[in-house]
Design a protein. Structure first.
Length: 300
């Protein structure tokens, strides 16, 4: 899957996106056997500079037989970024994960590079989508509004706390209870607002304590409650919890069907009463998203 759009019925949503180091054949195989909705082959943080040529080769080979893989390239202001793109684009990845953008202009620049590389590799124009991680640099926090009118290739927005906290010189980004401290809660919220304003899905960041599945469950349930459509993962063991938490319950599906049916029966109205509650168009869009996701899960 490569589309995320949260509003349009028919656009697919990835619940789980699993990072996997592109230079490890063993980890690629293990990730490939996981139930993740999508994989992100990582050529950036998890791959040492000396290993990047090997990582590019393995990524290209792995992509040959997969339709659900993204590639995280290196930041656009590094020499490695273009080398990453030239290596993987012949294998037609579903999308490119862009780390550390300074602003939406980096996404637009990446889109122009993809325009050329799609032509060179006989790929349908505009089909390679982009997932920027929009909060990893402090300066990026001041220009998030630019994503509302950025490249049409942008499929979703995510955020990151680890690089941001390092850039700020912070000693921690969570409190003793595992909750985000104020600077990172702000970044998370701004990502969520920006994605909604841009009409794309928001993808919550990684939960780094990968052995703590109870903590992960709380983390994911909060993400879904707040409006995130999916979550990044760093270990295959996290996927079952993420997928389960983002999968609609039977009660949610039942109510969503009733909302859609109620509006279908009254096509000329924008608001109606259901179970003593006033229901309007935002409720309808949310119901459509729930049914879309339920249908995708049922047919996966």
């Amino acid at each position: 899957m490569q589309a995320f759009g949260p509003d349009a019925p028919g656009a697919e949503v990835n619940r789980s996106l699993l990072f996997v180091p592109a230079d490890s054949e063993r980890k690629l195989q293990k990730a490939g056997d996981s139930a993740a909705d999508a994989l992100i082959l990582d050529l950036e943080d998890s791959v040492a500079a000396a290993r990047r040529p090997a990582g590019r080769k393995l990524a290209q080979e792995f992509l040959q037989d997969r339709q659900d893989c993204w590639v995280r390239i290196n930041p656009l202001d590094t020499e490695d970024a273009l080398a990453d793109l030239r290596a993987v684009m012949p294998a037609k990845p579903a999308g490119i994960c862009l780390p550390k953008p300074r602003s939406a202009r980096d996404t637009e620049q990446l889109g122009k590079l993809l325009d050329v590389l799609e032509i060179e590799n006989d790929i349908d124009a505009g089909t390679t989508t982009i997932l920027p991680i929009v909060t990893e640099r402090p300066e990026a926090m001041f220009s998030l509004a630019g994503y509302r009118e950025s490249s049409a290739r942008v499929a979703a927005l995510s955020w990151g706390a680890e690089d941001l906290s390092a850039a700020l010189g912070a000693s921690a980004n969570k409190d003793d209870d595992g909750r985000w401290l104020a600077p990172y809660e702000l970044a998370r919220s701004l990502c969520l607002y920006t994605a909604a304003a841009a009409g794309v899905a928001a993808v919550d960041t990684v939960y780094t304590d990968f052995r703590n599945l109870d903590g992960l469950r709380q983390f994911v349930e909060r993400a879904r409650r707040d409006g995130f459509g999916g979550m990044l993962a760093i270990h295959p063991d996290q996927i079952a919890v993420i997928n389960e938490s983002f999968t609609p319950s039977e009660d949610e599906i039942s109510r969503a069907k009733r909302i859609v049916e109620a509006f279908a029966a009254q096509e000329d109205t924008g608001v109606l009463a259901l179970d003593g509650e006033m229901i309007d168009m935002p409720h309808l869009r949310q119901a459509q998203r729930i049914l879309q996701l339920a249908d995708k899960v049922a047919n996966s």
